[in-house]
Design a protein. Structure first.
Length: 269
């Protein structure tokens, strides 16, 4: 299978590339508004490229890359009958407690809005090719180094524990619970779903919520580190999701998945 991977140098993109390398013919693309990719001759596109920072405030910039380019890519895939997998986001749900794909949206940032607007637009389009959108929950795993403040808590806590022997944890983190999903499992999910001639939006998570405190405690125990409680920055408070837990019933109608337990991952990392 010939697969175009956009954002192939990013966190999830690097993992997708390594997972499919050797078994498929891969083409990588990084955003360049002066040079758009060709999908002609491809069997599938896995579209991961985006401005993923939830703190980016240049709305025009976010929409140009995350929405306009995605719409163009959708049209090209439809024109050439190419399978399209694209990355959406669980940030669309905001601080709601309903995590079914049909739940009312409540985006809290330009990034989340750009993902919702593309999901919504795709739902209005006619196409014969399979188009699958994935609302990634809280992804962690290898190749997060370049993400800095946008890296997962797993990566941040491990880095802090190794380098300083201390983990900085927001006050009240025992009440912040997220659905942490291992990036390697997402790679397996994409591989399985490429064989399914279906379209739709699917939650991509484990269906289990784990508190930030529990993650920090597991990492602190592994590296013999201490935990320091800090106040959450004001800039984050208005857009911070306190709880996420994927309803994966739609995805499981098509494939079986054995999701990685986050504490087992930490113990073996």
């Amino acid at each position: 299978m010939k697969i175009l991977v956009t954002g192939h140098k990013g966190f999830i993109g690097q993992n997708i590339w390594q997972h499919f390398f050797g078994s498929h013919d891969l083409i990588g693309y990084e955003w360049d508004e002066t040079s758009l990719p060709s999908v002609k001759g491809c069997d599938a596109v896995i579209h991961l490229g985006a401005i993923s920072s939830t703190t980016e405030r240049d709305v025009h910039k976010v929409l140009r890359q995350n929405l306009d380019f995605s719409q163009w890519l959708f049209a090209e895939c439809a024109r050439h009958n190419v399978i399209l997998h694209y990355a959406s986001s669980a940030s669309i749900y905001g601080n709601g407690l309903d995590f079914h794909e049909s739940a009312p949206p409540a985006p809290l940032s330009p990034y989340a809005w750009s993902k919702y607007l593309f999901d919504r637009w795709v739902g209005t389009q006619t196409h014969d090719n399979p188009v699958q959108g994935y609302r990634y929950f809280n992804v962690y795993g290898p190749h997060e180094d370049h993400k800095q403040d946008q890296a997962s808590p797993v990566h941040k806590f491990q880095k802090q524990a190794k380098e300083a022997g201390r983990i900085k944890l927001f006050e009240g983190s025992d009440t912040y619970r997220r659905d942490f999903v291992y990036v390697g499992d997402l790679c397996v999910m994409h591989e399985k779903m490429l064989a399914k001639q279906t379209s739709g939006i699917f939650n991509a998570g484990t269906g289990t919520a784990v508190s930030f405190s529990a993650v920090a405690e597991s990492i602190a125990a592994k590296f013999d580190a201490r935990i320091d409680l800090i106040e959450m920055p004001a800039a984050l408070k208005s857009q911070y999701q306190e709880y996420t837990c994927a309803d994966i019933s739609a995805l499981l109608q098509h494939i079986d998945m054995d999701w990685t337990d986050i504490h087992n991952y930490i113990a073996g990392a």
